[in-house]
Design a protein. Structure first.
Length: 336
């Protein structure tokens, strides 16, 4: 069977252009791949066009708009997911701009599809008491419990994204003062994050147990599962969710859903409330733009209240006379 122009272009884009010329991460390529898998499913179900017959001319603006509506209405995706899928499609057609100038008009029409505006999501974070309670749940009499405590402590202390935690290798940890962990974030950008003393101590104990022989372990994952293989994002989410559920049974402080990203938000919020400059928080979290970090300052209502209290004199009184001293009121009440 002769491959179509769409099959050739998409294969080159995912297999050669993104990893070879753009040097994007494996997870980014998977995101693009999943978007086009869904697009092919939509074309099959709604337009009766199988993947082996789909051509570039078949995918126009109206089809892409129908695909986006299908994501929201049939698959019940949120606006952010819809916009993320659209961004992947835009990336492909920006590439096609150069590869196939003959279809420029059709590609520009697809690129003109705007992202849908969505309400700003609230920054969910834990209180220090809630976080302490969750970290107190692992059973330290077992090796898995000790691993879980070290894992969750590193996740919070470094403010790492869950994929960044998954990708940490033994060689990325340095205990020589000052102790640091090297994280590899989006776009394969690396940053060095200092470890606090308690987390450093936990990691040293974990190292002595998990890597009793240091020779030949430099490229091994820092945290591994029972099969001694690299942990997954779902596995880390399960571990955190399990201990959050245990903590919730004893305290109402724990929200219904606790994700690894909430620990990242918690780290940022607690640093901000401690007076740490936003620039340092940006560097710790690996944000490219300071505007991304400013969302924590906008979300922290307690800091706003304290700032306002410190900036203005006490003009509004905080006391009122007791109602029993109002004789006119008492007389009127007596006549009822």
């Amino acid at each position: 069977m002769k491959p179509t122009d769409f099959a050739k272009a998409l294969s080159h884009y995912l297999g050669i252009y993104l990893p070879g010329q753009r040097n994007v991460s494996t997870n980014t390529i998977k995101s693009y791949r999943d978007t086009f898998k869904l697009l092919l499913i939509y074309c099959q179900q709604s337009h009766h066009r199988s993947a082996d017959k789909l051509c570039l001319k078949d995918i126009d603006k109206s089809l892409v708009l129908g695909f986006l509506d299908w994501l929201e209405q049939q698959r019940h995706n949120g606006i952010s997911t819809r916009n993320q899928r659209l961004a992947c499609i835009h990336g492909f057609y920006r590439y096609m701009h150069i590869e196939d100038p003959a279809g420029l008009l059709q590609y520009q029409q697809i690129l003109s599809i705007p992202s849908k505006k969505a309400p700003a999501a609230a920054v969910s974070h834990l209180s220090p008491e809630a976080l302490t309670l969750i970290l107190a749940q692992p059973d330290l009499s077992t090796s898995s419990g000790r691993r879980d405590l070290a894992l969750l402590s590193v996740l919070y202390d470094t403010g790492a994204r869950v994929q960044e935690l998954v990708d940490i290798r033994v060689r990325d940890v340095r205990f020589d003062p000052p102790a640091i962990i090297t994280l590899t974030g989006k776009g394969r950008k690396t940053r060095q994050v200092p470890l606090m003393l308690n987390t450093e101590s936990l990691l040293k104990q974990y190292f002595s147990e998990a890597f009793s022989e240091l020779a030949g372990v430099a490229d091994q994952p820092l945290f591994s599962n029972r099969m001694r293989t690299k942990m997954t994002r779902a596995g880390i989410s399960y571990i955190l969710g399990k201990y959050a559920c245990q903590a919730r049974s004893t305290s109402p402080l724990i929200p219904e859903k606790v994700t690894p990203h909430i620990l990242r938000h918690t780290k940022a919020m607690l640093l901000l409330q401690s007076g740490v400059n936003l620039i340092y928080i940006r560097d710790l979290l690996g944000h490219v733009d300071i505007a991304t970090t400013e969302v924590y300052a906008r979300a922290d209502t307690e800091m706003k209240r304290k700032a306002l209290e410190g900036a203005y004199p006490d003009i509004v009184t905080s006391t009122l006379p007791h109602w029993t001293k109002d004789r006119n009121l008492l007389s009127w009440l007596s006549t009822l």
